[in-house]
Design a protein around this ligand. Sequence first.
Ligand code: LMR
Length: 279
Amino acid sequence: MKGIAADLSHVSQKGNVTGFTGDVELEPVVRGADLVVVAAGMPRLPGMQRDQLMAANGGVAVRVATAVSNACPGALLAFITNPVNMIVPTAAEVLKAHGVYDPRRLFGITTLDVVRSKKFIGDSMNISPNDVHIPVIGGHAGITILPLLTQCQPKFKRGLEETKQLTHRIQEAGTEVVNAKAGKGSATLSMAFAGAHFVDSLLRGIGGQEGVIECVFVASDLTEAPFFASPLELGKYGVKRYLPLPQMSDSERESLDKLLPVLQQNANEGIEFARKSLK
Ligand code: LMR
């Protein structure tokens, strides 16, 4: 950890870098923070689903949320740690138990799903990914990742079969990397790109910039799932405004209906994990 801190401290940016190690240094590291971003956790091995990481990574959510409750209860807290669909409900439950939960301040970063959608669509349409705009809603695992290709700008004018294949590729893109790494981890570089993009948006929101919109996984009452990724405006205190659910085709609506029970189940498991850990 000290090595990573030394390495990062040479980057020509404003700001100081300090290394901390171990659970005992968790509270000192977050004390007084306005924003805590958590990238810690075990990666998947080939053949694993993200929810199989809960046993290894659920404790990260519990420990970090506890440290945040004690040392910086007003901070925004954003998790990259998998399984995002369970980690966020777990952290919410821990923050609630400490009496400091504010749903506007807790995030599961799903930006990599948007990044991948922009890249794959851009390549397919032979345009820059930067010019592709697409909402990706739901969660961050398999069928819970729902890129709304019918809402893509510019229009993604492809047949049903190609649309289905692209949707599947976006949903399984994490697995593509896990398999390519063959036991040596999961996406880190594209994830760092996505995480940096989202954190930059959060900071712009905190800084008072208007109209900062991102798709991100948060507590939500837009659907029956208690936590759900959808386009939101970010502001000084985290979530400033939930945009309405984007329009959908009939087949996207069917996909949404299929993913909601999965997200509900994931949330229940995350909450249960927190309750057991808090006993
Ligand atoms: C990803 O989408 O690349 C990450 O969630 C890591 C993983 O396990 O797939």
